[in-house]
Structure formats: C-alpha cells, structure tokens
Write a protein that binds this ligand. Structure first.
Ligand SMILES: [Zn+2]
Length: 426
C-alpha cells in the first residue's frame, strides 16, 4: 500500500472528472477522424503544465489523412531525475460514431450518479484521464523519480491504428531503448489484465463465371452458384472444425475461446444500384466474399489459410468450371504477454493492493493497438489495463464510473512505483 499516492489521487477526483468531461467534448469520431488536432493539443497543453515535453506527430499519408482530417497524435514524455526505465501509457483518442438510442447528449460529458456519460467515456477517454491523473499524482509524490513516464494520445485505433500507433511504432516510439513497459488503458474492467489478443486473417475470395442472358443461364456459368458451393463446404466442414479448436488463451467472452470465422460480406452479379429502376437479366460472372477469421496461438497462419484454400482447390478439381481468386486483406498474429513479464506482475500487485483480490488474466477476442507495438515495435512487455467496462464500449449511453477511474488510477500509480522505483519487490 502507498497511502501517499492514494491520497494524491483522491485529492484529484474533481480534476479527473473535469478532465474526462473536457475530453468527451471533442467529438473525435472516426471515421472520418473529426477534431483530432484540437483534442491532441488539449492533452499537450495539460501535460506541458505537468512538466512533460510534447510532440505532436501527424501520421502523414496514412489511411484517411488529409488536410481536412489530419491524423494528429500527441506523445508526451516526462524525464525523471536519473536514468532508468520508461513506462508508457498509450490511449487512443478516436471514438466510434454515437449512433441511435442515447438519452443524453453523447458529446456533452454528462456527470450523473457517480458516472460520466458520453461517447468514448468507457472506450477509452476515461482510461486516458485516469492515466494522466496517475502520472501527475506520482510525479507530485516522487519528484525525484528515476527513468521516464510517457503518455500518448493516438488516432485511428478503431480503424486499425495505421495513422496512430502503427505510424509511431514505425518511427521508433514503441521500441527499446526509448520505452520499456506499455500499458494501454482500454476498457477491460478495473480488476482484469488483458495480456493480448487472438490473431486475424481477412481475405477476399472471388468465384468466377461467365455472363449470359438470364433467360438462358445454361449458356453462361453462375459465379454465385459456385460461391454457394464454397459456403456449403464451409458450413459442412470448416465451421464444425473451427468449433473444435479450443485454446489455452483465457479469451473473454468464453464463446471466443476457440477459432471463429465471420462471413463479413458477399456480393455477386450486378450492382444493386439499379433502384428505382429494374435490373437486367444476367448470369453473374463474379461473386466476392470477405471472410474474417480469428485464430489462436495454437494455430499457425499457414494452417489457417490452408484450411480455406484446400476447400477451394478441391472444388476446383471436382466441380465443373469452378475457378477462384483469393486475396489477403489483413494479417495480425495472435499475441499474449507472459504472466511473469514485469508490466504484468506490477499491475497485478497494484490490483491486489487496491482491490484486495487476485487479478483476472484475459485475452481480447478482437485486436487493438498492442498488435503494432509487438509487430512493429518488437516490444512485448505490453498489456491493456483500464477502468471501463468492456460491455459498454460502442453502445448508446456509454459511461465510465468515477470510482472505477479513481481505483484504476491507483493501480496505475502503484505500477509506476514498482516499474520505475522497484517498490513492492523483495
Ligand atoms: Zn478502444
């Protein structure tokens, strides 16, 4: 326990709420990437006052980057009095669209019943605010701390993170020796440590046919019927096989503790833009589907792809006139930080101290920016830990609990104490 740190955080309760409300009032909706620059500048101003050195870094020429919607990231660094390790808190500042069903203004930052409501409170401006308060409290209590603390506000996580963490990682911002430990305050619940995520393979499959008049389909060859054969094989063979592939990864929710595949979209034949007119009668010469396969540490990407291409190749052998193309759209390797990694044991000790219970270790069913830190930055001492409740993300009337933010800020501040100063060890 560290009563001094706890008191420093408690005394910042109003500041924490005000900071969260201010962040919510920047409608950083992605797409298109609204209000990134003013939000990043606001964080920069705030941290400059706390002695951080500030860099605003635009993800130039990344997807969606234009002068109208610049991909503006902020990276802030506070050097300690002597050399040591660097702990980095990374939060994305973009939010998804508000959507329907709100009972409060999603961008006002309504404070009610111990909660802050608004789009992005849970995912993840509440986590960003908690990390800022944790760092400021730590610096006040330990002005002579060794090492360095970094806080970043990055863009585009919701659309893949290419203009945000991926861009910064490619410039060395998420690699040793600059950074040693990374905590991403995504909403995974205040007493859980998220060690990583499953892998992703997106691909587009196209079946081919030949066009003919729809009244004489036997003169053509329907790409849609060929795609039907593909889907049929998926139903009969692939989906049951995937259900059998269980994992040792502690994925939440439990339904995702196996291999899964979603058929993301399917389009065959003519465009549907004929309305308000009528379509013309044609046999489809092309049908395309996008598959979204989530895979496990126990599987290799080659095995994952091979399951699909072996079905397609067999159809090519056995089914008359069947032909196909397949194109990779995205690949992300699964990642799981070791439970005895320094950042994991530090945050686990913090959770024990604040909540008087064992942390739960989880894996996210989908990916988040940790993928870029691992793949591009080659930094593996990274977790997600934050105050928001996972199930509230992206929903109407999204909120974050004020006490949850206070408690997770305490965990973060204790983690700084451990990782920078070796507190709580031996
Ligand atoms: Zn998020």
């Amino acid at each position: 326990m560290n009563e001094k740190l706890f008191r420093a955080i408690e005394s910042r309760r109003d500041d924490l709420v005000a900071l969260t409300v201010d962040l919510i009032r920047f409608p950083t909706v992605n797409p298109p990437g609204e209000a990134y620059t003013p939000c990043a500048e606001y964080i920069a101003e705030r941290l400059k006052k706390s002695g951080f050195q500030i860099e605003l870094i635009r993800g130039v020429d990344t997807p969606g980057d234009t002068d109208r919607y610049p991909r503006t990231n902020v990276v802030a660094r506070r050097e300690g009095r002597s050399p040591g390790k660097t702990v980095h808190f990374n939060s994305h500042i973009d939010v998804v669209e508000a959507g329907e069903g709100w009972t409060v203004d999603p961008f006002e930052g309504v404070v009610k019943d111990g909660r802050v409501y608004g789009r992005g409170t849970c995912d993840m401006k509440g986590g960003l605010a908690a990390s800022i308060i944790a760092a400021e409290a730590f610096i006040e209590v330990y002005p002579d701390f060794p090492g360095a603390i970094e806080i970043s506000g990055t863009v585009d996580e919701e659309s893949g993170g290419f203009g945000g963490v991926a861009y910064l990682a490619s410039k060395g911002y998420f690699s040793k020796p600059r950074v040693d430990h990374v905590i991403i305050p995504e909403p995974l619940n205040k007493d859980r440590i998220c060690l990583g995520h499953r892998g992703v393979w997106w691909a587009e499959i196209e079946t081919l046919g030949s066009i003919a008049h729809g009244s004489m389909p036997f003169l053509g060859d329907s790409a849609i019927r060929h795609m039907g054969a593909v889907l049929n094989a998926f139903e009969e063979e692939l989906f049951p096989a995937l259900d059998q592939k269980q994992t040792e990864m502690p994925v939440v929710p439990e339904g995702a503790r196996r291999s899964t595949m979603n058929i993301n979209s399917i389009h065959g034949g003519q465009t549907e833009d004929f309305r308000p007119g009528l379509p013309s009668p044609n046999v489809a010469d092309s049908c395309r589907t996008v598959i979204d396969r989530r895979f496990l540490l126990e599987e290799s990407i080659d095995e994952v792809k091979g399951e699909v291409t072996s079905i397609l190749d067999r159809l090519k052998r056995d089914r008359p006139k069947f032909d196909y193309n397949i194109r990779d759209l995205m690949e992300v390797q699964p990642t799981m930080t070791e439970r005895d990694a320094p950042v994991v044991t530090a945050v686990a000790d913090g959770i024990r101290a604040v909540f008087d219970k064992e942390p739960q270790y989880v894996i996210s069913p989908g990916t988040y920016d940790q993928k870029h830190i691992a793949r591009i930055g080659h930094l593996f001492d990274c977790i997600a830990y934050g105050p928001g409740i996972l199930d509230l993300a992206h929903r109407p009337d999204e909120w974050v609990g004020i006490e949850d933010m206070i408690q997770s800020a305490k965990v973060m501040a204790l983690s700084l104490d451990t990782l920078l100063q070796g507190a709580g060890r031996g």
